[in-house]
Design a protein around this ligand. Structure first.
Ligand code: ADP
Ligand code: MG
Length: 253
């Protein structure tokens, strides 16, 4: 039971407005879950609350990662504990090269006194970049600084591949990607699928889920998960939109 990412009764506010209103979600290790939902339903808020973004105040609930409450940890501790978020709008870090950023992040995961092997590091990074179709010039460029939307999204996936998290949340990684880039990114994610890792793929459109086929699809509306189903639920949503889900709720309420 404990090898899950388990979100229980999560409430969170921004500037005194409640956005997450008692959200429950359970992602067992080894599974890929998708969250779909209309804009403004709180999908990015959920991902940022899990990552520890300072704008959001958690007023109730817990997020247990393999039994450990993420909400008790500092932002960097969450990352070292194995949580990763690929942002919908990735941050730019002017003045810090991509290579140095990744190296520092990996170094921070080593026991005190241990040094990262620079040769092995570059070898691994180049392999992953090749797999993602990223030009090597991106190693020396400042993190996301002046990157196009699609380049930023690939860079987020590069970070994920290097950090090898236990649980990864991808927030609308598909937006800004053309179909070829989408396939490359999806392939990167699919290669990382493993019994030891869980994914939460947040997307507004069904298209990404053609390439990253989820085990479970959840619908989010007004700060809660309101419906869950198999991968065919994504197709149903694509066809019928989101309104029928909320209408169905109104009928059963
Ligand atoms: P989604 O990702 O599903 O489109 P968001 O989580 O981005 O939804 O937003 C949910 C709601 O919370 C929206 O009404 C949005 O305006 C509000 N919100 C999110 N972040 C902030 C913020 N930092 N300041 C003010 N309002 C915010
Ligand atoms: Mg969003």
């Amino acid at each position: 039971m404990s090898n899950t990412l388990s979100i229980k009764n999560l409430h969170a506010s921004v500037e005194d407005t409640e956005i997450l209103k008692g959200l429950d979600l359970e992602i067992p290790q080894g599974e890929v879950h998708a969250i779909m939902g209309p804009n403004g339903s709180g999908k990015s808020t959920l991902s940022k609350v899990m990552a520890g973004h300072e704008d959001y105040e958690v007023t109730a609930g817990e997020v247990l990662m393999n039994g450990e409450n993420l909400l008790d940890l500092e932002i960097d501790e969450r990352s070292r504990a194995g949580f990763f978020l690929a942002f919908q709008y990735p941050h730019e870090i002017p003045g810090v090269s991509n290579a140095n950023f990744l190296r520092a992040a990996l170094q921070a995961r080593l026991p005190k006194g241990e040094e990262i092997d620079a040769v092995a590091f570059y070898k691994t990074m180049y392999e992953k970049m090749d797999a993602l179709g990223m030009d090597r010039k991106f190693t020396g460029r400042a993190v996301n600084d002046g990157f196009s939307g699609g380049e930023k999204k690939r860079n987020e996936i590069l970070q994920m591949m290097m950090l090898e998290p236990k649980y990864a949340v991808l927030d609308e990684t598909d937006s800004g990607l053309d179909i070829d880039a989408l396939k490359i990114v999806a392939e990167g994610v699919n290669r990382m699928r493993s019994p030891e890792r869980g994914f939460l793929v947040i997307t507004h459109y069904q298209r990404l889920l053609d390439y990253i086929v989820p085990d479970v699809v959840h619908v989010m509306s007004d700060g809660r998960i309101v419906k869950s189903g198999g991968k065919e639920l994504a197709l149903e949503l694509e066809e019928k939109g989101y309104d029928w889900v909320t209408e169905e709720l109104a009928v059963t309420a």
